[in-house]
Design a protein around this ligand. Structure first.
Ligand SMILES: NC(=O)c1ccc[n+]([C@@H]2O[C@H](COP(=O)([O-])OP(=O)(O)OC[C@H]3O[C@@H](n4cnc5c(N)ncnc54)[C@H](O)[C@@H]3O)[C@@H](O)[C@H]2O)c1
Length: 434
């Protein structure tokens, strides 16, 4: 099939490349000229495991191409995906301006029947708005479908290639048939393609993210109570995770969720209820998460005293989660800003996110390519993101490089008993003696 993917970010680039990998001809469009120039040369501007190799192969085999010419791409394609950003506006709601502007440009460029598919996360009713915007300008028939994307950054290619389910929301059976055919190679292991009305499809994406964020805030709240009453959240997590009604996933305590989706989608969902329907559970999920981001700094102050000025801390992990360079709404930002305000010197390392971090912190913090180099002369090590390479470090080297053997672990990746035996003062989240 001939496809156009408008918006070549984390979602659009992965989806476009994976559709090309299954044999389709895909033109990816973006307004960012530098991004398109890099991609044309086979350079992937984001870090996503396995993606660059796929982009290069499909470029070489000429199934995948990149352009800034939206109208040209729309004319060549029969199915047009929209995957532009839907950031938070000043009221916390989802800003769908980019989406509607894209829909208008698509409508204007149409040269025949097209299926327009919205992949961006957008409030319930957006598909209907897209339909009205296109209808007001298009001279040809078209269908609009909601196809929310559930991939996870850090595992995006795998998630797209083997989705748990594909959700298609439309009132147009012919368009649904075309999309089912397109997705057929991705659901060969029997995972379902769920067809529903567009409003339910749009809501499914928000409800999924809200459930996941709720699980994180829930276990964080339990972990705080564990600390207060002398229980160990690692034991509690295992005990509840074995209950099949609860399950073991997404109940790891930490320094809060971040990223480009959970925070904005929770706020957008609260906004969808307004006026008239309060969503107190989601407001609490957000409140717990905000508090959780300041937990590590509170622990640091409890250990070193309230005046941190002149101290130096090493930080391992800046991205909002491992295996991505994405810094959007990362908990590390809150931790670092709060420490900088307290007069602390920050020596940071991240395997992939340092270029993105430089855009946020500039020269206000120091950056180190090697994780051990960040430790030299620091008063303590802080773990903010649980990259695999931090899980089994050489603790002897850490001890030698730090001014004093102190670790604040925001992701519970070390064993408190082992660290204590090695002579560390070790602080983690919600665990006994840690
Ligand atoms: N990142 C994720 O993990 C993820 C997962 C599922 C869903 N989503 C949703 O998918 C959407 C896209 O997210 P993302 O993370 O890929 O965003 P992103 O910011 O990485 O990418 C969006 C791209 O759209 C481009 N763009 C904006 N306006 C354009 C226009 N008029 N024409 C062409 N290109 C345009 C931007 O230049 C950018 O490259 C959002 O609604 C997001 O909520 C994201």
């Amino acid at each position: 099939m001939n496809l156009a993917m408008i918006g070549t970010g984390y979602v659009g680039l992965v989806a476009g490349t994976c559709f090309a990998e299954s044999g389709n001809d895909v033109i990816c469009v973006d307004i960012d000229e530098a991004k398109i120039a890099a991609l044309k040369a086979g350079k992937v501007p984001i870090y996503e495991p396995g993606l660059e190799e796929l982009v290069q192969r499909n470029l070489e085999e000429q199934r995948l191409s990149f352009t800034t010419d939206l109208a040209g791409a729309v004319r060549q394609a029969s199915i047009i995906f929209i995957a532009v950003g839907t950031p938070q506006d000043s009221d916390g709601r989802a800003d769908i301006e980019q989406l509607l502007a894209t829909a208008k440009a698509v409508g204007k460029a149409m040269n025949g029947y097209k299926v327009v598919v919205n992949k961006s996360t957008a409030p319930v009713g957006t598909v209907e708005q897209i339909r009205s915007v296109i209808a007001a300008i298009a001279k040809h028939p078209f269908a609009v479908v909601s196809n929310p994307e559930f991939l996870k950054e850090g595992a995006a290619v795998d998630d797209f290639m083997k989705p748990d389910r594909v959700v298609l929301g439309s009132e147009d059976p012919a368009a649904i048939e075309q999309l089912k055919e397109l997705y057929e190679p991705f659901v060969r292991t029997g995972n379902p393609i769920l067809v529903m009305d567009s409003r339910s499809a749009e809501m499914s994406k928000y409800a999924a993210n809200a459930m996941l964020a709720t699980k994180i805030s829930f276990i964080n709240e339990v972990s705080n109570l564990c600390e207060k009453v002398g229980a160990d959240v690692s034991e509690v997590r295992r005990a509840i995770g074995m209950d099949r009604r609860i399950g073991p996933h997404f109940i790891f305590p930490g320094v809060g969720y971040g990223g480009s989706c959970f925070p904005k989608d929770i706020r957008a969902m609260i906004g969808m209820g307004e006026p008239g329907l309060e969503l107190p559970l989601l407001s609490a999920v957000e409140k717990v998460n905000e508090r959780q981001k300041s937990l590590l700094v509170e622990k640091i102050k409890r250990h070193f005293g309230p005046d941190l000025s002149g101290r130096t801390f090493a930080i391992w992990g800046l991205s909002f989660k491992p295996r991505t360079d994405d810094m959007r709404d990362a908990p590390s930002i809150v931790v670092i800003e709060s420490l900088l305000k307290a007069g602390v010197v920050i020596q940071a390392h991240d395997p992939e996110a340092m270029d993105e971090a430089k855009k946020i912190f500039g020269d206000r913090i120091r950056y180190y390519r090697r994780n051990y180099d960040a430790l030299k002369g620091a008063d303590a090590l802080l773990i903010i993101t649980e990259w695999n390479e931090f899980r089994r470090p050489n603790f002897q080297t850490i001890k030698e490089l730090l001014k004093q053997p102190v670790i604040f672990d925001g992701r519970n990746i070390y064993d408190p008993a082992e660290l204590r035996k090695l002579g560390f003062a070790y602080f983690s989240i919600g665990r006994k003696d840690g």
